[in-house]
Write a protein that binds this ligand. Structure first.
Ligand code: UTP
Length: 507
């Protein structure tokens, strides 16, 4: 156990001795816990971190003034699309993606270390259920999509295959996530193929460069951003685990997108056939000021430019066909080769930018009272997962349809967008349209035929409630077998059991 003397000497070197100011009055257990936490912080790194945070927050906010002149859209040659262009090319990409999955070369990696403060629940966001008829959580939907894509690839290639699921958690999310998976029987995945690992935490710092105590016996710590991924991969030897399993391609995604297509064969196949080392799915921005980062080039190098960095004039620029020039909205769906991740860890991680987030951080004042600040008082430094794009040798982007693939759960219901209602509606609208396309006709509870609405506004619920288990269909495929020319009563919950019943007898 670290002695108080040693810890104090280290903190003095770091200029952070104030963190021990309540130490003498703590009960032995709390004191030992505080000393253990502080002993983990390397003095020189702590000093640098606190100084860097204070200096970064003091810098004038906003983009460099000449950014507009350095921007270019991505060259068309490195952009593929799931929604336009040659269907034969899409079939080729999808075939290639399934082939790689069947060869056990594809893994998915979930970024699940965030605190989900905007949603405001006390448990990891993946455990949230948005109120679907099935009451499935985000984690369950994702697990079932993994099982389905494994099944589809296996069937095509006459094999059994595995898409390992790597889950990056943080101090906040690891224990409850691990417990939840256990309680849910890993959603019938093999636990050996679900690998959870923890990202690092960093102290929150006040504007004078002092780390903040959130309790007398606890430093205020926050995860180091989703770009903490790269250090966490190294800390936990995850690339070695991937190598042992023969994984070469990794699909990285955020926990909150209810429509996420895990290990999407189309995206993976496109990236592989393009020889890409790094790729990003994008959706067309809905309107110029939409608050999403834009994938583009800065000085000829691929990068995500945050919406706050785009001037209104630049955001409004149009291409000759009338579409927005900077339209490629980043949806945190990334493709990386294992080799690229290796290069990032080996060479580039230390040069990743640190982004400043100014937050309200609860703290203890000098009298020992807990204060919940009304104004932001703390600085958190975060790295972002996409800041590795400039290091790619062959970067590609892949355009997908928003209605099909992107609806993030960011906020509670009190916000107008990206909340439980909008995400639930996005999923149910998608499933309603899949069912219609497969030939279903919906009846209401009285048996009256409901009018089919093949175009949905997105701002209202679909006319009939229909939820399709990912175990039955991954992206709308295979539904004709159950639904062609069928009259079905809403609500329709098409799960594996009902699929058995609806399956034609001779198949
Ligand atoms: P967000 O930026 O939406 O943050 O994360 P958040 O923590 O989920 O929510 P707020 O901002 O507190 O409301 C985007 C993705 O990155 C992950 C999140 O879990 C989510 O999947 N993330 C974020 C991490 O894995 N680690 C982090 O340190 C931060």
């Amino acid at each position: 156990m670290a002695s108080e003397q040693d810890v104090r000497a280290g903190l003095r070197r770091a200029g952070q001795e104030h963190l021990l100011r309540f130490c003498a009055e703590l009960a032995p257990g709390a004191r030992a816990a505080l000393l253990a936490e502080l002993a983990e912080l390397e003095p020189e790194a702590l000093r640098e971190h606190c100084q860097r945070a204070a200096a970064a927050s003091a810098r004038a906010p906003g983009p460099p003034p000449d950014l507009g002149t350095r921007l270019r859209p991505l060259p068309p040659g490195c952009v593929g699309s799931a929604i336009r262009g040659d269907p034969a090319a899409r079939r080729r990409w999808e075939d290639e993606g399934f082939r790689q999955i069947a060869l056990n070369k594809v893994a998915v990696l979930l970024l699940a270390g965030g605190q989900g403060t905007r949603l405001g629940v006390t448990y990891p966001k993946g455990m949230y259920q948005v109120g679907l008829p099935s009451q499935k959580t985000l984690y369950q939907l994702q697990a079932e999509r993994i099982r389905r894509v494994e099944q589809l690839a296996g069937e095509r290639h006459g094999t059994r295959c595995t898409v390992p699921w790597y889950i990056m958690t943080s101090e906040f999310t690891l224990a409850p996530t691990a417990e939840f998976f256990k309680k849910q029987g890993f959603f019938r995945l093999d636990p050996a193929n679900v690998v959870m690992f923890e990202q690092r935490m960093l102290p929150a710092v006040d504007f004078s460069g002092q780390a903040i105590l959130e309790r007398k016996d606890k430093v205020a710590m926050a995860p180091d951003g989703n770009g903490g991924l790269y250090r966490a991969l190294e800390d936990h030897q995850i690339l070695q685990d991937m190598a042992r399993r023969g994984v070469e391609f990794v699909h990285v995604y955020c926990v909150d997108n209810i429509l996420v297509r895990l290990a999407d064969p189309l995206f993976v196949g496109f990236c592989v056939l393009q020889g890409a080392d790094c790729g990003a799915k994008v959706v067309a921005k809905a309107y110029p000021e939409e608050p999403v980062g834009v994938v583009c080039q800065v000085d000829g190098v691929p990068q995500v430019v945050e919406y706050s960095e785009l001037s209104p004039e630049t955001a409004q620029l149009r291409a000759p066909d009338g579409s927005l020039l900077y339209s490629a909205g980043n949806i945190c769906n990334h493709f990386f080769t294992r080799d690229f991740l290796h290069a990032v860890i080996r060479e580039f991680e230390p040069s990743l930018q640190q982004h400043v987030a100014i937050k309200k951080v609860p703290f203890v004042d000098d009298a020992g009272n807990l204060v919940k600040p009304l104004k932001p008082n703390g600085i958190k430094l975060e790295k972002f997962v996409f800041d590795v794009f400039p290091f790619a040798k062959n970067f590609v982007a892949f355009e997908v349809g928003r209605e099909e693939e992107f609806s993030p759960l960011k906020n509670s219901d009190s916000a107008a967008r990206d909340n439980p209602v909008t995400t639930r509606r996005a999923l149910l609208s998608q499933h309603y349209l899949w069912a219609l396309r497969a030939g279903a006709r919906f009846l209401d509870t009285h048996g009256t035929l409901l009018p089919a609405e093949p175009e949905l506004s997105g701002s209202e619920d679909p006319p009939a409630c229909c939820e399709i288990s990912p175990l039955v269909s991954y992206s709308g495929e295979g539904l004709e077998e159950y639904l062609r020319d069928r009259e079905v009563k809403a609500p329709l919950i098409l799960d594996e059991a009902l699929a058995q019943v609806l399956r034609p007898q001779d198949s």
